[in-house]
Design a protein around this ligand. Structure first.
Ligand SMILES: [Zn+2]
Length: 345
């Protein structure tokens, strides 16, 4: 993994490359930002560059012995620490993840290792992913190491929840903050991951919220099917009142999606409908393959009404953050979206 192969985060990467190139790497970095935006990849590129025998312009050369071992995945001086993998209880997604803690024994093992020089290169890298999952004892043990940083060792802590880390660990690390990726960058990452000829990348980027990792962790076949059901339900809503609204609500509740993801899809349909209205159907749609359904929504709703409906969806998303009852929220939303369109023009 090289910096050059990473999409987005150019400012953060430039800072880190300068630090490598000038030989002024801090001994510990805390990479902070939303889940699934590529923090771990940046940490890996930094580790590779830091251990490279002939870094060029702050980037690992990819050809020296150290880089080759790094890229083959068995560099003896790269130590990855993370919470234990889930067993039979399913994939580790944002919704289903169970908090697991990094064991204090793992940190003690790191400490023991840092008493020796790196086995080959200039430096050893300790990569701690999901650092928010450090248990109390493990965090204390890590803090002790960071207070007297061992020579030749680079600590890279990656976290999506910095507030869960001890402030004393923060203060021992150089923080690098990452934001969500732009939609175009998300589409590029998703397209690279899915391979050529995959139209999913375009619309999936629209609901990723800047996090390609979030979309790639979903079952994309299931997501595509849910998308078709949702748009046809939306296209059928035509001021038909309560019966149609409750049917639509039932459909939303039956989708194999978290409610915020279903809402993100709805908003992306309205976005497309707005583009359709303002460009007369010639603008670029996220859901280009569903242009017929998008046109039906666009024909029914004025721009004012589109804005109102998006605001209604946004309110549901906000309500979910406060544990609002899911069914009531969806039924209320469907009634609002199905309501007559007085402003239609
Ligand atoms: Zn190299």
């Amino acid at each position: 993994m090289t910096f050059a192969g990473i999409v987005g985060h150019t400012r953060q990467i430039a800072v880190l490359r300068r630090a490598v190139a000038s030989g002024r790497l801090h001994h510990a970095y805390l990479l902070v930002g939303p889940e699934g935006v590529g923090k771990r990849r940046v940490a890996e590129a930094l580790a590779m560059a830091a251990m490279c025998e002939r870094p060029a312009d702050g980037e690992g050369c990819g050809a020296c012995g150290s880089c080759r071992r790094f890229l083959s995945g068995n560099h003896p001086d790269l130590v990855a620490v993370a919470p234990p993998e889930p067993g039979d209880d399913g994939p580790r997604t944002a919704a289903t993840r169970k908090r697991r803690t990094i064991k204090v024994d793992d940190i003690h093992a790191v400490r023991a290792l840092t008493r020796f020089a790196p086995s080959e290169g200039r430096r050893r890298a300790i990569l701690i992913d999901d650092a928010e999952d450090l248990g109390e004892a493990a965090a204390g043990a890590l803090l002790k190491i960071l207070e007297e940083p061992p020579a030749g060792t680079l600590f890279l802590l990656v976290t999506g929840r910095p507030m869960a880390l001890l402030p004393t660990i923060h203060s021992r690390c150089q923080s690098v903050h990452f934001g969500p990726l732009a939609d175009a960058d998300v589409a590029e990452v998703v397209a690279r991951a899915l391979g050529p000829g995959e139209e999913t990348a375009a619309w999936a980027s629209g609901i990723a919220g800047g996090s390609p990792g979030r979309v790639l962790a979903m079952d994309l076949g299931e997501l595509a099917e849910a998308r078709r059901r949702l748009i046809s339900g939306l296209a059928r809503l035509d001021g038909q009142g309560t019966v149609a609204a409750f049917a639509f609500a039932e459909e939303i509740l039956a989708l194999p999606l978290d409610l915020p993801d279903a809402c993100a899809l709805l908003v992306s349909f309205y976005r497309d409908a707005a583009v359709h209205r303002t460009t007369g159907g010639t603008g670029r749609l996220l859901h280009a393959d569903l242009a017929g359904e998008i046109a039906a929504v666009a024909a029914r709703l004025s721009m004012d009404r589109l804005r109102r409906d998006v605001a209604a969806v946004d309110r549901v998303v906000a309500g979910q953050r406060h544990n609002q009852n899911r069914q009531l929220a969806v039924e209320g939303l469907a009634l609002e979206l199905a309501g007559p369109a007085p402003n239609a023009s």
